[in-house]
Design a protein around this ligand. Structure first.
Ligand SMILES: O=P(O)(O)O[C@H]1O[C@H](CO)[C@@H](O)[C@H]1O
Ligand SMILES: O=c1cc[nH]c(=O)[nH]1
Length: 254
C-alpha cells in the first residue's frame, strides 16, 4: 500500500486549502476568523496585496512600521484553524496572533473590551487527534506578555478595558447551555471562543509561536448580547485588537 504521509506531503509547495506558496507570506500572521475581517487588518498596512482566497481562507499581506505582515482568516472552529496553521507553517509563517471575537463569561466585561488568553480549556475535538486531553493548550509566553501590554495600553487610551485569563474553545456555538455557561463562570474561565485550542496545540507541536487577543462580542453572564445592537462596540474592539497584535509583531520583530 502506498500510504500518504501527511506530515511531509505538500511541504514547500502551494497549499491545498489556504492556496499559498512559499515566498507569498511573512513570518508572522494575524488570524481573524472571518474572511471579511482580513481587510480590517489591511487598513493598518501599506502596499497591500490580496494573495489568495480559497474557501474560508482569505490572505492579504502588507507592511506595518517596517515589518512584513500577513493576515489569513481561519474560518470558524478548530478543524479549519488547525488546517490554516499547518499550511501557513509549511509556507514560512512562524508566529501567529489570533485576533478574534469572543463572549465573556465573567461579570463586568463589556462588548469592545479586549480579552487576552493565558491558555485554552480544550473543549474541542480537533486537538484530541493531536495530543491527549491532559496536555495544556498554552500560548507562547513572551508573545502573550507583549500582546497583553499593548492591549492594556490601547484599550485604556480608548477608555475601555483589557482583561487576561483562561479562555475555552467550544465546538458547538448553539449547544452552549445556561448550565454550561454557569459552569465556565464558576471555573473562573474568562471567555468562550472556538479556535484557540487548535492554534495553541498545533503551534506547540510544530515549534511555532502563538497568542490570542479577542474583542468581547457579548457577555453571557451579564446578558449583553451580540444580537442586540453591540456591533459598533465590537468593530471598535476588533480594530484595537489588530493594533495590539501589530504592535506586538513590531516590538518582538516577529
Ligand atoms: O469572530 P471569530 O474570530 O470567528 O471568533 C468567534 O466568532 C465565531 C462564532 O460566532 C467563532 O469563530 C468564534 O470563535
Ligand atoms: O457565544 C459565543 C460568542 C462568541 N463566540 C463564541 O464562540 N461563542
Amino acid at each position: 500500500m502506498a500510504t500518504v504521509d501527511k506530515s511531509t506531503a505538500g511541504v514547500n509547495t502551494r497549499q491545498y486549502h489556504v492556496a499559498l506558496a512559499p515566498g507569498e507570506v511573512s513570518s508572522v500572521a494575524l488570524l481573524p476568523g472571518d474572511p471579511f475581517r482580513v481587510p480590517l487588518v489591511a487598513e493598518f498596512l501599506t502596499d497591500v496585496k490580496e494573495v489568495a482566497h480559497n474557501r474560508e481562507h482569505r490572505t492579504m499581506t502588507g507592511w506595518y512600521k517596517g515589518r512584513h505582515i500577513t493576515a489569513t482568516s481561519t474560518g470558524m472552529g478548530c478543524p479549519s484553524t488547525a488546517i490554516a496553521v499547518e499550511e501557513l507553517a509549511r509556507v514560512g509563517v512562524t508566529s501567529f496572533i489570533r485576533v478574534g471575537s469572543s463572549a465573556a463569561v465573567q461579570p463586568g466585561i463589556v462588548p469592545g473590551d479586549l480579552l487576552v488568553s493565558d491558555g485554552s480549556f480544550r473543549n474541542d475535538g480537533t486537538t484530541d487527534a493531536y495530543l491527549p486531553k491532559g496536555f495544556p493548550a498554552v500560548p507562547d509566553l513572551e508573545l502573550t506578555t507583549a500582546l497583553a501590554r499593548h492591549s492594556e495600553r490601547i484599550a485604556t487610551d480608548a477608555g475601555t478595558t483589557a482583561h487576561r485569563g483562561i479562555s475555552v474553545s467550544d465546538d458547538a456555538f448553539y449547544a452552549e447551555t445556561p448550565e454550561w455557561i454557569e459552569q465556565l463562570n464558576r471555573m473562573g474561565i474568562l471567555n468562550v471562543e472556538m479556535e484557540a485550542s487548535a492554534l495553541f496545540i498545533v503551534a506547540r507541536l510544530r515549534g511555532l509561536r502563538a497568542a490570542m487577543v479577542c474583542a468581547c462580542s457579548s457577555n453571557l453572564i451579564d446578558g449583553a448580547s451580540l444580537y442586540s445592537g453591540v456591533k459598533p462596540a465590537l468593530s471598535d474592539g476588533w480594530m484595537r485588537s489588530i493594533e495590539a497584535a501589530l504592535e506586538t509583531a513590531v516590538e518582538l520583530e516577529l
